[in-house]
Every structure is written in structure tokens, then in C-alpha cells.
Write a protein that binds this ligand. Structure first.
Ligand SMILES: Nc1nc2c(ncn2[C@@H]2O[C@H](COP(=O)(O)OP(=O)(O)O)[C@@H](O)[C@H]2O)c(=O)[nH]1
Ligand SMILES: [Mg+2]
Length: 225
């Protein structure tokens, strides 16, 4: 199985180098860091750590992830995602890839069991939307997390439209709507290791992300996705 890791990064110079170096050897063929218009040394730090750096000047978490997906080599079977702030542990990447490698899953979610650094309000909203999607599409998801792995073929079929914070929820909702085999794997979560939060750590970021989550979840639950 040929897997590529995509890391969206906006001003993560303090975290990205260590993060890239901690990806277990052989877990993925390539690590792509998408520099989303950083004003710090994110790109050079990531490159020095061994990642391939792709630049995306259009801001947005989804725009960054999409640029990474567009840059994977043609023979890539699986794309994994995690954030550039060090909140997830790359040592857990083999566990995220395993259900797909075993042929048990099309899409794996790294469900956050310990939510250090992820505010309670954000976690609560996320869990509510996970329930809504589960109920509507007869699947069982408990989180809409940043740590994910998906078969490239499935991802391309999803026709992803959001380019901002709604990207993860669009991916989960559309995959569930298609009856894809979604498996959750428990993972750890800790506060970002450096830099500033752009989403759940700020009031504006939380509201924007929460709004996008709800709008996209409702759209797909009405069958319009
Ligand atoms: N908000 C935001 N995050 C981006 C963007 N591009 C890349 N990212 C990355 O998306 C990840 C999640 O953002 P983060 O600030 O950690 O959100 P939080 O975990 O909810 O506080 C980080 O790796 C960011 O660097 C962007 O345009 N906007
Ligand atoms: Mg974060």
C-alpha cells in the first residue's frame, strides 16, 4: 500500500520540523507539507526535516488539504492527514493506516480519546455533528478529527467542495452517505506544541468552524451533498 501524509500548515515553524521527523520510518512513502502562505519559516523548516513542500496561497484548511491531495504521486493508494501544530502524534500513523492496509476500511478516523488542548465547547459541537451524521447515514462515528486516512479513489469520488474549516465534516458526511467503510481508531491529542491556534482556540475561529460544520452536516443529512 502506497501512502502519503499531507500536513496543512499555516505559520507552524515552531512545530513542523519535529513533527515531520517523528513520522515513523517507512510508514508513508512521502510527507507533503502544504505551506498555506506562512509568514514564518514553515516551508524551510519542513523541507529541512525531509518533507516535500507544496505551496498554496489561497487560505483555508480545506484549500491546503486539497493542494496536498492534488500533489500526491499518481500511484498513491491512501492519503493521511494530520495538523501541523504537533497536536497529534505521528507515531500513531501506522495504527491509522492499518485498517485500510488490512482491507477492513476505506476511511479511518483518529478519534480523540484524550482531548488535551482541544476546548470542551469545540469537542461538544463536534460530537453532536458526529452523532447527526451517524444517525442519518447509519454509521458509527464519534469524532470529526484532524487525524484521518482515506483511500484516494474514495476521496476523489467525494467531489470535495469546501476549502475552509468544513473540509473534515464534508469528507466524513459524504463518505458516510456513500456507505463507505469508516473505522475509528483511538488516538491521543495534546495542546499545540508552539505557535497560535487559528481555529478552535479563538472565539472567531470557533464560530466560523462551528458554523461550517453545521451547514455542511445539515446539507448532507438532507441528501443534497
Ligand atoms: N485556520 C487555518 N488553518 C490552517 C490554514 N492552513 C493550514 N492550516 C493548518 O490547519 C491546522 C489546524 O489549525 P489549528 O490552528 O491548529 O486549529 P485548532 O487545533 O482548532 O486550534 C494547523 O496545522 C494549521 O497550521 C488556514 O488557512 N487556516
Ligand atoms: Mg490545532
Amino acid at each position: 500500500m502506497d501512502a502519503t501524509l499531507v500536513i496543512p500548515a499555516l505559520n507552524e515553524a515552531g512545530a513542523i520540523g519535529d513533527l515531520v521527523r517523528r513520522v515513523p520510518a517507512g510508514a508513508v512513502r512521502e510527507i507533503i507539507v502544504v505551506d498555506n502562505g506562512s509568514t514564518d519559516a514553515t516551508a524551510s523548516v519542513a523541507a529541512a526535516a525531509g518533507a516535500r513542500v507544496v505551496r498554496e496561497h489561497r487560505r483555508g484548511y480545506g484549500a491546503a488539504c486539497w493542494a496536498g491531495v492534488s500533489a500526491v504521486s499518481a500511484d498513491t493508494d491512501v492519503v493521511a492527514f494530520l495538523d501541523g501544530d504537533g497536536s497529534q502524534d505521528p507515531a500513531e500513523l501506522p495504527e491509522i493506516l492499518e485498517p485500510i492496509a488490512d482491507g477492513r476500511a476505506d476511511f479511518v478516523l483518529g478519534a480523540r480519546r484524550r482531548t488535551g488542548g482541544h476546548p470542551a465547547h469545540a469537542m461538544l459541537g463536534t460530537q453532536l455533528i458526529a452523532r447527526l451524521i451517524s444517525w442519518r447515514h447509519g454509521t458509527h462515528v464519534t469524532d470529526i478529527p484532524p487525524f484521518r486516512a482515506i483511500r484516494v479513489n474514495l476521496l476523489r469520488e467525494l467531489d470535495m467542495r469546501d476549502r475552509a474549516f468544513g473540509w473534515p465534516v464534508e469528507m466524513v458526511a459524504k463518505a458516510a452517505a456513500r456507505g463507505a467503510r469508516i473505522v475509528e481508531v483511538p488516538v491521543s491529542h495534546r495542546p499545540r506544541v508552539a505557535g497560535r491556534s487559528k481555529v478552535s482556540g479563538t472565539v472567531v475561529g470557533s464560530l466560523r468552524a462551528g458554523y461550517a460544520f453545521f451547514v455542511i452536516a445539515l446539507r448532507t443529512t438532507r441528501g443534497a451533498a
